[in-house]
Design a protein around this ligand. Structure first.
Ligand code: IPM
Ligand code: MG
Length: 387
């Protein structure tokens, strides 16, 4: 037996050793970054607007338009710059065989915050090479460790904020698993102390600063014992610094069920989850809110932050000629989060309110994703009239 697989084992071990070296180096590196960017101290905040592909450029244009409208004075005074970043398209990425082409990465790194449209992630059977998702690559490269995703339905008393760990878990080496031989493939889950402490602290600070008295930790630590177990233990440890906040822990399966339990779901406020569970649970939550097209998402790191829709690039809409009818609300909610993040709290609240009016309260201009509804540009005009 040992003889028979000697070559495969050798190759797999060499591959694994490389992954280990990379992750050990990363674990050290992330410990070195202590402070968050202080936007007040910057002479000029550079906001990169990166359209992505598919419906991305259409819905990002709406957000850019709204930002230009709301930040007119700051832009005129040179305090804020909106900078277009093109080139993050699947065609360009496929041409260079990289999740993010080097020149685009350089442009991204020259910004302070980024508003990003959806990007196509190649999947099996696509004509594209199997490159890594641009989202995942950007989160890793800019170390955007916290994926904050709010879901609110005031009429039902639902007010959830998910803090999804964004650089580790099943995603850290998600595109670098080991195909040992034709029979056996293995992927890996990564949890580091610093990686868990920083997401837990951010979630508890958020709860404290926004008057939430409860935080729920969601894992599958009963089965994925080593990595999820570590994640859960560290979150509980951090919780001790917040004695006024009640803490409970749940397994992802039952939490998925509880989000549709009308009697219980209002109790949840702030939730902390490892990467993959956060990915799945936030789609479910967004669907409860009215669809993934309604939810925005903040990817927060200490140096950079990136704001995006939680959905994909909807190539089908483009192929069917319906891109101009795409719902821009997810990107607009992300724009609210961006404004809040750079300290423009009042403007963020204004845009948020206007969105509530246009999406729920008055909802005079309806987006359906098809020519029987409004275009995203028409929606933008309606929205601006309510800001
Ligand atoms: C998300 C998306 C991404 C993810 C995909 C596009 C790789 O689903 O932002 O939730 O899995 O994180
Ligand atoms: Mg997702």
């Amino acid at each position: 037996m040992a003889e028979r697989f000697a070559e495969e084992k050798k190759a797999a071990l060499a591959h694994f050793e490389k992954l280990l070296d990379e992750q050990l180096a990363r674990a050290e590196r992330i410990k070195g970054v202590k402070e968050f960017t202080d936007y007040e101290k910057l002479d000029k905040i550079i906001i990169g607007v990166c359209g992505g592909d598919g419906i991305g450029p259409y819905i990002s244009a709406v957000s850019r338009d709204v930002l230009e409208y709301m930040l007119k004075e700051e832009i005129a005074a040179g305090k804020i710059e909106l900078r277009n970043i093109d080139g993050l398209t699947i065609e360009n990425r496929a041409a260079v065989g990289k999740a993010i082409p080097d020149d685009v990465m350089e442009e991204l790194k020259a910004c302070h915050v980024i508003l990003k449209g959806p990007t196509t992630t190649p999947r099996q059977g696509d004509p594209w090479p199997n490159i890594e998702s641009a989202n995942v690559a950007m989160r890793k490269e800019l170390d955007l460790f916290a994926n904050m995703r709010p879901v609110k339905i005031p009429a039902l008393g639902i007010d959830w904020t998910f803090f999804r760990e964004n650089t580790e878990g099943g995603y850290a080496v998600g595109s670098k698993g080991i195909k040992v031989n034709d029979e056996l493939a293995m992927d890996f889950v990564v949890t580091t102390t610093e990686g868990t402490e920083r997401i837990a602290k951010l979630a508890f600070e958020y709860a404290k600063n926004n008057g939430y008295d409860r935080v729920d930790i969601v894992t599958k630590a009963n089965v994925i014992k080593t990595t999820d177990g570590k994640f859960l233990n560290i979150c509980k440890e951090i919780a001790k610094d917040y004695p006024d906040i009640a803490v409970d822990d749940w397994y992802i399966d039952i939490m998925t069920a509880k989000l549709v339990d009308e009697k219980r779901r209002r109790d949840f406020k702030v939730m902390i989850l490892p990467n993959l569970y956060g990915d799945i649970l936030t789609d479910e939550a967004a669907e409860i809110q009215g669809g993934v097209g309604t939810a925005g998402s903040a990817n927060i790191g200490k140096r950079y932050a990136m704001f995006e829709a939680i959905h994909g690039s909807a190539p089908r809409m483009v192929n069917e000629g319906r891109a101009a009818y795409a719902d821009p609300c997810s990107m607009l909610r992300a724009t609210v989060m961006l404004l809040r993040h750079i300290g423009k709290i009042e403007k963020a609240e204004k845009l948020d309110k206007a969105l509530d009016i246009c999406m729920f309260e008055e909802a005079k201009v309806k987006i359906t994703g098809r020519p029987d509804g409004a275009t995203s540009a028409e929606f933008a005009e309606y929205l601006k009239s309510k800001i």
